[in-house]
Design a protein around this ligand. Structure first.
Ligand code: G3H
Ligand code: 13P
Ligand code: ZN
Length: 332
């Protein structure tokens, strides 16, 4: 058993309380590799922004959970080296799908876990979430739960339609599970294709898809039921069109990729939404920069040659999110 406290990590409790009060949101960035982690930590350290490092199922399969955990431990030391005296870094399990997995992360030094039982019937979601909460809280590890189902592919659960969170269920759910934060469904979804073209209109000038607005009425309903309770938004990449264009220009093919407009995320960050999950935008930034570098420099074969611009591009994107969208700069 390793406590996250020994690793210099923090849980989300205080961070979320401050964010809800202060009207900003904490960035939750997924990482799968060293360059992403370096970019995240450099951005957070320079801006003194609290940050959540997320480890997904795909990341565990790709990079190995043990290695990622040690990388996060190293990230705390790296942040200090960059001059951040008291780094506010959370190591979080993204979309945990079983008690056993959540327990293994708690035992191994994660400071926060998500149990995503949102695809189960309501009572089963409560039972599994409560089991994880009861275990995690013994070690002061905070727990994110989910109510409602996001459209698209939520881990292995394919859902054609999104089932918005029902505000009338949230008090019962939060009270009976004891969860520390709640991910809700208000129209966001994972990946770079958040909406089908038929769900959007098209800007006649640019020809780009204009997505439908998020269900802010559902968010408001949740906030009224659970005033001050930390709310989480998954699937919150904005799919920057400059990256989509770059990828397409340099040999890629991402037709009609579309995300959540940043002005809507800005609005959400000012509400009880205190954690905003971003993964796809980092994938797009990295891919765009790598494609550009290799196209312009056919002789490059040292990965450092094309991964450096990729890392710089991701850092630029993280800085933009922290300062211009979430407002978490200067909060740690
Ligand atoms: O929740 C979805 C995240 O973007 C992670 O996805 O399992 O492909 O790494 P992944
Ligand atoms: P995006 O695919 O919109 O980046 O969402 C990531 C996420 O929700 C991770 O849990
Ligand atoms: Zn997610």
């Amino acid at each position: 058993m390793v406590s996250f406290k020994e690793l210099g990590l923090v849980n989300t409790r205080e961070m979320f309380a401050k964010a809800v009060k202060g009207g900003y949101a904490i960035p939750a960035f997924n990482f799968n590799n060293m360059e992403q982690l370096q970019a995240i930590i450099q951005a957070a350290a320079e801006l003194r922004s609290p940050v959540i490092l997320q480890v997904s199922k795909g990341a565990r399969n790709y990079a190995n959970q043990t290695l990622l955990r040690y990388m996060a431990q190293g990230a705390v030391e790296y942040a200090k080296e960059l001059g951040w005296e008291n780094p506010q870094i959370v190591l979080h399990l993204d979309h945990g799908d079983s008690f056993e997995l959540c327990k293994s992360c708690v035992d191994f030094g994660f400071s926060s876990v998500m149990i995503d039982a949102s695809s189960l019937p309501y009572e089963d979601n409560i039972a599994l979430t409560k089991k994880v909460v009861d275990y995690a809280h013994k070690y002061d590890v905070t727990v994110e739960a989910e109510l409602g189902v996001l459209a698209g592919v939520e881990e292995e659960v394919a859902s054609e339609v999104s089932h918005y969170t029902k505000p009338e269920e949230v008090v019962d759910f939060a009270t009976r599970t004891g969860c520390d934060s709640l991910a809700i469904s208000i129209g966001t979804s994972h990946g770079a294709y958040k909406f089908k073209p038929e769900q959007c209109t098209r800007d006649p000038k640019t020809g780009r898809l204009v997505p439908p607005p998020l269900a802010f009425d559902v968010l408001k309903g949740v906030e009224e039921q659970l005033p001050g309770f930390p709310i989480v938004l998954h699937g919150s990449s904005s799919v920057p069109q400059e990256y989509v264009d770059m990828i397409n220009k340099y040999g890629g093919k991402l037709p009609d990729a579309v995300g959540i407009p940043e002005e809507q995320l800005r609005l959400a960050a000012k509400s009880a939404v205190c954690k905003i999950n971003i993964d796809s935008d980092s994938r797009l930034a990295m891919t765009a920069a790598v494609r550009k570098d290799l196209y312009e420099n056919p002789g490059h074969f040292d990965p450092r040659q094309y991964l450096k611009p990729a890392r710089d591009e991701m850092k630029k994107m993280y800085i933009h999110k922290i300062v211009e969208v979430l407002g978490s700069d200067g909060k740690a």
